[in-house]
Write a protein that binds this ligand. Structure first.
Ligand code: 13P
Length: 289
C-alpha cells in the first residue's frame, strides 16, 4: 500500500536526515528504486513528472505500476508516490490516478498571488483526500544559453506565506539547479537556507537538483533543515553509463545478449547501487526498520 509523504518527512526533519525523492521513468526504474529502498530499509519517495507519466502512457499507468510493484516485491518500507513539478492541471490528474502526494509548482505562474491562491486551493483538496502536498517558491534554475553559475534564491517572506497555507513540505531555491552543475557553479547559499528555515520553522524543506552537489554541501543543507532531496539526472547517468558499457563491450552481440532483459539489466543494477549510495549520503538508511 502506498502512503503519503507527510509523516516520513516530519520524521526526517526531526531526526536531521533527508529522504531522497527519486524520479521513475519506467518499469526498470521503478523496480530498481523499490529494491534499493527495501535493501537499505529506507522510507521512499518515488516521484514522477508529467512528462515521464506521458512516456509511460498516463499518470494512471504509472500509479498502477508502482502499486503493483510494491505488492509484487513485498516491499515493507513506506513508499509514497509523488507528482514532481506538477502544473495546476497535472495535480488534478495525478490525484485522480491514485498518486498519494503532489507537488504544485506555482513558481512559474505570472504572479506570486496566483501561486499563493492555487497552492491554497490545492492544499485543501490534497488534505481532504489524505494526500501530502509540496509547493515551490523561487524557480529552480537550469542552464540557459550555457550560462548559469548560480540558481535562484527564494524570498524568505514568500516562503513564509506559502508555508502558512499548510503545505507539508516546501521547495525553495537556494542556488540549486536541475541537471549537471556547471563548472563555475557558485554552490548552495546556506545563508539563504538559514533565513528561510527561520521563517518556516519545522516545515520540511526540499532541495531540488540533487545531482552532483558535493556531499559536504548536501550534509550541511540537511543539518540546516533540508529533509527531501530530489534526484533524477544522477540515476539517468548511472543507467546510461552501465548500458553504454554493455554495448561497447559487444555483449548484445554475444549469444542472446540482445534480449531486452539482458540489455537493460546492467542499467537496472546500476540504479539499485547508486540509489543505495545516495540513501547512505542522505542518512535515511535503516530509518524504516
Ligand atoms: P536533478 O535532475 O538535477 O537530479 O534534479 C531532479 C529534481 O529536482 C526533480 O524535481
Amino acid at each position: 500500500m502506498l502512503v503519503n509523504a507527510a509523516e516520513m518527512l516530519k520524521n526526517a526533519e526531526a531526526g536531521k536526515y533527508a529522504l531522497g525523492a527519486f524520479n521513475t521513468n519506467n518499469l526498470e526504474w521503478t523496480l530498481a528504486i523499490l529494491q534499493a529502498a527495501e535493501e537499505a530499509k529506507s522510507p521512499l519517495i518515488m516521484q514522477c513528472t508529467a512528462g515521464a507519466a506521458k512516456w509511460m502512457g498516463s499518470f494512471k499507468v504509472c500509479a498502477d505500476m508502482v502499486k503493483a510493484a510494491v505488492e509484487a516485491l513485498n516491499i515493507t518500507v513506506p513508499v509514497a508516490l509523488h507528482l514532481d513539478h506538477g502544473s495546476y492541471e497535472d495535480c488534478f490528474k495525478a490525484i485522480d490516478a491514485g498518486f498519494t502526494s503532489i507537488m504544485y509548482d506555482g513558481s512559474h505562474e505570472e504572479t506570486f498571488q496566483i501561486n499563493l491562491d492555487r497552492t491554497k486551493e490545492l492544499v485543501e483538496l490534497a488534505h481532504s483526500k489524505g494526500l501530502s502536498i509540496e509547493a515551490e517558491v523561487g524557480g529552480i534554475g537550469g542552464v540557459e544559453d550555457g550560462v548559469a553559475s548560480s540558481g535562484e534564491l527564494a524570498d524568505p517572506n514568500e516562503c513564509k506565506q506559502i508555508a502558512d497555507l499548510g503545505v507539508d513540505f516546501l521547495a525553495c531555491g537556494i542556488g540549486n539547479i536541475h541537471g549537471v552543475y556547471p563548472a563555475d557553479w557558485a554552490g548552495l547559499s546556506f545563508d539563504r537556507l538559514a533565513e528561510i528555515k527561520a521563517q518556516t520553522g519545522d516545515l520540511p524543506l526540499v532541495l531540488h537538483g540533487g545531482t552532483g552537489i558535493p556531499v559536504d554541501q548536501i550534509q550541511k543543507a540537511i543539518s540546516l533543515g533540508v529533509s527531501k532531496i530530489n534526484v533524477n539526472t544522477d540515476l539517468q547517468l548511472a543507467f546510461a553509463a552501465a548500458t553504454r558499457k554493455y554495448i561497447e563491450e559487444g555483449k548484445d552481440q554475444q549469444g542472446k545478449g540482445f534480449d531486452p532483459r539482458k540489455v537493460l539489466k546492467p542499467g537496472r543494477d546500476a540504479i539499485v547501487a547508486r540509489t543505495k549510495e545516495l540513501m547512505e549520503e542522505f542518512g535515511s538508511v535503516g530509518k524504516a526498520e
